[in-house]
Design a protein around this ligand. Structure first.
Ligand code: EPZ
Length: 417
């Protein structure tokens, strides 16, 4: 397994180009199952979760071609299989996003239950309840969800809890259902809006995406389309943290600052200077970070996917900060590794109290999940001596060439194969 070796102490300086959003590209790729036509997706991030989804779609019979310019052509002329196998789903739970499109397109879907992951139990009960509301018969056995329906029928679905992929899965299924579907308490994330834009380009009738009520008028069929995936707001947020923690000067290019409004606002509260332009963010940090509490919330609140990175930042801030994780029940795995580097963190249920500023020292640490691995790299960038981060396969799932981007901004980082 690859590891990353980082020597701390360098102030980051320069430009970083932000890639397309993983969490937008994954549902967009699944949406290609809804039509026989060509779906062309531009600005795809070349990360492992994208390659896993490509493998899954090919197993289902979708023709997938990537070019050298981060574009992919998807052609689901024939769906040859309706099964998303355990081997693939266990490596990437977002595979569950093929359930809605397969069910709507073929009347049948068989998807391995994702099971829990490092950050929480993460059930898909709300997805299943939604499909039952659309008239699907669902059997869960042998670790698989088996769903069938001659044709889905539009319905009103009110989510007990806001779920991003649940909203996306039901929205995709409802595009080919007969009649109208209304999703209430829906997720408002930019990735949900991006998916709705793609579906409407394919001939769907989706309105209200970005609000908590989404309406979908079912249509008999969809056609091909070309769509550019939005920038990755979490990758951008991660680089903002890298610039802030190293007292750096970074310009982030090809990003969308409006998608990061709550993160930018919080960083400004800690004393970081941030200016924005339509597609870029300019960060200047003077090193006097102030502690500030944060609570993770659904969009437009502070993203849970930025919590680990923010915790690393708060180890270098003067004062105590309370970090409250409201979305996932087990998303403080990075804290113990940060403490091994010298951080002062106390966990109490969904609250973490970080006392700063602490002098971090390099160590051997292990990444437990995608965003946790990012937080360990951030800590390593300011730690005395060198750090070796193990299990960076977590990182490669969602960050495109992060060590090259960091090195281009001055970081001393290398991949140990
Ligand atoms: C999406 O996961 C993202 N993944 C996650 O990003 C992100 O952390 C999460 O949304 C929250 O923003 C993708 O888009 C591929 P949820 P998702 O359903 O959709 C509970 C990353 O780092 N819930 O919105 O799986 C659930 O357990 C990843 O890129 C149910 O109880 O998250 C959680 O507590 C990590 N039943 C809460 O709702 C359900 O049926 C929100 O989960 C569904 C969800």
């Amino acid at each position: 397994m690859d590891k990353l070796k980082i020597v701390g102490g360098t102030k980051l300086k320069g430009q970083v180009r932000i890639s397309g959003a993983k969490n937008s590209a994954l549902p967009a790729m699944a949406a290609s199952l809804l039509t026989v036509g060509d779906v062309i997706l531009e600005n795809l991030p070349m990360v492992n979760d994208i390659f896993t989804t490509r493998r899954l779609l090919r197993e289902l019979g979708v023709g997938v071609e990537f070019d050298s310019n981060r574009s992919g052509r998807f052609r689901a002329e024939k769906v040859l299989s309706v099964e998303a196998p355990y081997d693939l789903v266990k490596t990437m739970r977002a595979s569950v996003l093929v359930l809605g499109p397969l069910l709507a397109r073929t009347g049948h879907a068989r998807v391995s239950l994702p099971g829990g992951c490092a950050i929480g139990a993460r059930p898909i009960n709300l997805h299943i309840k939604g499909f039952e509301k659309l008239g699907a018969q669902i059997r869960t056995e042998h670790g698989y969800v088996d769903a069938s329906a001659e044709r889905l029928t539009g319905a009103e679905i009110s989510f007990e809890k806001i779920t991003v992929t649940g909203t996306e899965n039901l929205m995709m299924a409802a595009t080919l259902a007969s009649g109208r579907t209304v999703l209430k308490n829906a997720a408002c994330e930019p990735e949900v809006i991006d998916l709705a834009e793609l579906l409407n380009k394919m001939g769907a009738k989706v309105s209200g995406a970005g609000t908590s009520t989404i309406t979908i008028e079912g249509v008999p069929e969809l056609h091909g389309a070309t769509h550019r995936v939005i920038p990755d707001r979490i990758e951008a947020g991660t680089f903002l943290a890298a610039g802030a923690i190293t007292n750096g000067e970074l310009d982030l290019l090809d990003c969308n600052p409006t998608h990061l409004a709550s993160v930018i606002e919080k960083f400004r509260e800690t004393g970081v200077n941030i200016e924005t332009a339509p597609d870029r963010i300019m960060l200047r940090s003077n090193g006097n970070l102030r502690a500030a509490d944060v609570v993770t919330k659904e969009y437009p609140g502070f993203a849970t996917d930025m919590q680990a990175q923010y915790m690393a930042l708060m180890t270098q801030a003067t004062g105590s900060s309370v970090i409250t994780e409201n979305i996932f029940e087990n998303r403080f795995m990075h804290a113990s590794e940060l403490m091994r580097m010298g951080a002062n963190i106390q966990i109490n249920g969904s609250h973490a109290v970080v006392k700063g500023k602490t002098c971090l020292t390099g160590a051997n640490v292990i990444a437990s999940d995608l965003r946790a691995s990012a937080s360990l790299i951030l800590a390593a960038l300011v730690a005395k001596g060198f750090t070796v981060v193990d299990r960076v396969y977590h990182l490669d799932r969602g960050y495109e060439k992060i060590e090259e981007k960091l090195r281009a901004a001055g970081a001393q980082i290398e991949r140990l194969k």
